[in-house]
Write a protein that binds this ligand. Structure first.
Ligand code: CA
Length: 700
């Protein structure tokens, strides 16, 4: 259902504001220049602006600006910052149009700021239900908006697509793109393609059937919708492509939704009129839980090309057939024209979670190359047909667990990747890390509101020790997609780092979870400049100009999933830099005190504590991490610090929703009072362990 909020105005708002100042309305014959199809196609030449998610339709995140360059960078300083009043992490790429910055914060809230000063022009809160947090695998984050014909488009965490008036922030129309009260969510930025707004969804760690939708940008009317996995075979097949995909599934896969939610990249290619999306893992994670026979499970963990006019699937390339490792193919997709083997090729590129860097002919979907850019143990290479050579012992089952590299976090994740046409290099964050894929949970049941990973939360054993001993590592690399090799690397002192921006000033910008925002020389990786933001950074930076000044902007605030011992939480901010900037930040939050000995006693047997730990792992640990609350003001409380007074009201919080306004959902539909008691006993026991001086407190 579409909700229309306001009829088209007879007098445009810029005219009204002029009228209020006494200037004749006739004077407002030249309205602000809107973003239209022509302007989006020519975004690269529009050097001052950052009009779409990856700056241009090619999504290269390369800025032609060079006032800030490898010589002048020493004078780069903070010009302004805005405290975004959240601790939950920021992932958005801000857009800048003619002096106004549009961005999203947590809870899908949209902001318009003066791009020169940070002064707020308007703010729109879609009032998404905070209870929906429990369906967000990785925090209440949002990665940004789209601009088109005087409107700002945002996808909300509860599945709405909303068009706002770009002058006022007032909603023009809103449409629910997902079944209401389902486990679907939206965290990705919409894109514009030929008069349509394209939006995907997330939720493949729950029970969802992923799809892409296109809406008429002006009216909000659904133009087309394309599912990424086949549905219930007792119902008519929606397309020939889904009919072919159904042959790659078995058992009663549709009961688990199938997953494959396209939750981040949606890249429009105006030359071929194709839209490229990356899809998440088929769900549940374990193939054994998806059907009785192994299969590729199309179009899960794939790059899929859709006809922009009809949504028809034109081609697909499956990066991880029969994915057993949560290797979503939802990392950034970049379009480029490269000369490979003496031939000009129109390609798309992706540094996948699975540690292969893919170069694909984007007209045909044919693989050009797939080259490991990080450690991998799940495959030994790619065969002549373009399929990975899978290591069978890397697939966990009911009979046997395993350790696999990369981890489910991925060798690379959603963090923006930039490609410089000047250096011919792609710049990206890389993680070498293993994951203990335990045996399949023997108590596993498919329930629509539960996470459906299938990993046994009761497992405690040598696989975990093996992962811990592997000592994960993080770095920034420059990757040559033609020569298929790393050109340079910067080894980070932390595991997780953020998105990148490259510029014509021979610079690459990147932040890290320890709060360092740095610039490197694009040609050789030499560190040239750094700024201590005090709070971790995961998002991608942008560059823009207002008047004669170039600005570089990035959002600080590590998301909950960024579980890195070095991660620094604290006030999440917009940070904007310019040459000669002298603004200061408030001092970083103080390290936390050691965990106090709990003054609460809850009797529980060893078995009960283990069950409480399993429930904690299933329902609580995603947010209430024991590793990412190292500073005062951490986003979500470390429950080991829970006071006796709060313990006394535990039920009213967990079941009664007493802290809903702060973002803590009610779990009344998921847990009973006895289970909550077991979780509480586990938390107290963990607090007792952590408070002992020899236990290796996590305080910094
Ligand atoms: Ca996933």
């Amino acid at each position: 259902m579409i909700r229309i909020f306001a009829p088209a105005r007879s007098i445009a708002p810029w005219c009204l504001s002029l009228a209020a100042t006494g200037i004749a309305i006739a004077a407002c014959s030249s309205p602000p220049r809107q973003v239209d199809d022509a302007r989006l196609r020519q975004a690269d030449a529009d050097t001052a602006n950052w009009l779409t998610h990856g700056r241009t339709y090619s999504e290269q995140r390369y800025s032609p600006l060079k006032q800030v360059n490898d010589t002048s960078i020493a004078r780069l300083g903070l010009a302004w910052s805005v405290d975004m009043q959240t601790l939950h992490g920021l992932e958005a790429t801000p857009l800048v149009q003619d002096g106004v910055m549009y961005l999203t914060g947590t809870w899908s809230v949209v902001y318009a700021l003066d791009a020169r000063t940070g002064a707020q022009k308007w703010k729109f809160d879609p009032a998404a239900s905070k209870d929906h947090d429990k369906f967000m695998c990785c925090g209440v984050v949002n990665r940004g908006v789209a601009l088109y014909r005087g409107r700002v488009y945002v996808g909300t965490m509860d599945g709405r697509l909303i068009a706002l008036d770009e002058q006022t922030g007032k909603p023009v129309w809103s449409v629910q793109t997902t079944p209401a009260d389902s486990a679907y969510s939206i965290t990705g930025a919409p894109r514009i393609a030929g008069g349509k707004v394209i939006i995907g969804n997330a939720g493949s760690e729950f029970v969802v059937r992923g799809y892409v939708s296109a809406y008429d940008a002006m009216t909000g009317t659904l133009s087309w919708r394309t599912y990424m996995v086949p549905g219930d075979p007792s119902k008519p097949v929606e397309s020939a492509a889904l009919g072919r995909a159904a042959k790659t599934w078995s058992g009663e896969w549709w009961k688990g939704g199938g997953g494959a939610s396209p939750w981040d990249p949606i890249v429009y290619d105006p030359d071929l009129d194709l839209i490229y999306v990356g899809t998440a893992n088929p769900s549940p994670w374990y193939p054994e839980l998806r059907g009785t026979v192994a299969g590729d499970n199309l179009y899960g963990s794939s790059i899929v090309a859709l006809d922009a006019r009809t949504g028809e699937i034109v081609w697909h390339y499956q990066t991880t057939p029969g994915d057993a490792w949560d290797f979503d193919a939802t990392q950034p997709i970049i379009l480029a024209n490269l000369t490979i083997g003496g031939t000009a090729r129109r390609v798309l590129m992706q540094a996948n979670k699975n540690a292969f860097f893919y170069v694909i002919d984007r007209a045909t979907g044919k693989l050009i190359s797939a080259t490991p850019f990080a450690s991998m143990t799940w495959a030994t290479g790619i065969d002549s047909a373009g399929r990975p050579l899978i290591v069978q012992s890397a697939i966990a089952s009911k009979a046997q667990g395993t350790v696999v590299t990369p981890a489910n976090f991925g060798a690379h994740n959603w963090n923006p990747v930039s490609f410089s046409p000047t250096t011919g290099l792609a710049y990206l964050a890389v993680v070498d890390e293993g994951l203990d894929l335990h045996v399949v949970d023997p108590k596993f049941e498919l329930r629509p509101t539960d996470r459906t990973l299938g990993r046994d939360p009761r497992y405690h054993g040598p696989l975990q020790a093996k992962v811990a001993a592997a000592n994960p590592k993080g770095r920034l690399i420059a990757w040559d997609p033609v020569a298929r090799r790393e050109a340079w690397r910067v080894v980070h002192p932390v595991v997780r780092s953020g998105g990148t921006l490259s510029t014509a000033g021979n610079l690459v910008f990147q932040g890290r979870v320890d709060g360092i925002f740095a610039a490197y020389r694009a040609t050789d990786g030499k560190a040239l400049w750094q700024f201590d933001a005090g709070v971790g950074i995961a998002a991608g930076p942008i560059a823009y100009a207002v008047g004669d000044t170039e600005y570089v902007a990035v959002l600080s605030g590590p998301p909950a999933l960024y579980s890195d011992p070095a991660s620094r939480t604290g006030p999440n901010r917009v940070l904007v830099f310019a040459l000669g900037g002298t603004a200061k930040l408030l001092p970083p939050p103080a390290p936390r005190d050691p965990i106090p000995t709990p003054n609460v006693k809850i009797a529980a047997t060893t078995t009960e504590l283990a069950e409480g730990g399993a429930l904690f792992s299933a329902y609580c640990s995603r947010c209430h991490s024991f590793t990412s609350n190292l500073v005062k003001g951490g986003a979500v409380p470390d429950l080991r610090r829970t006071t006796a007074a709060v313990h006394a009201t535990f039920d009213s919080i967990v079941l009664g929703g007493a802290r809903r306004a702060l973002g803590m959902p009610s779990f009344a539909k998921d847990l009973n009072a006895a289970q909550v008691r077991l979780i509480q006993a586990y938390v107290v026991d963990e607090a007792q362990r952590a408070s002992k001086p020899t236990s290796g407190s996590t305080s910094r």
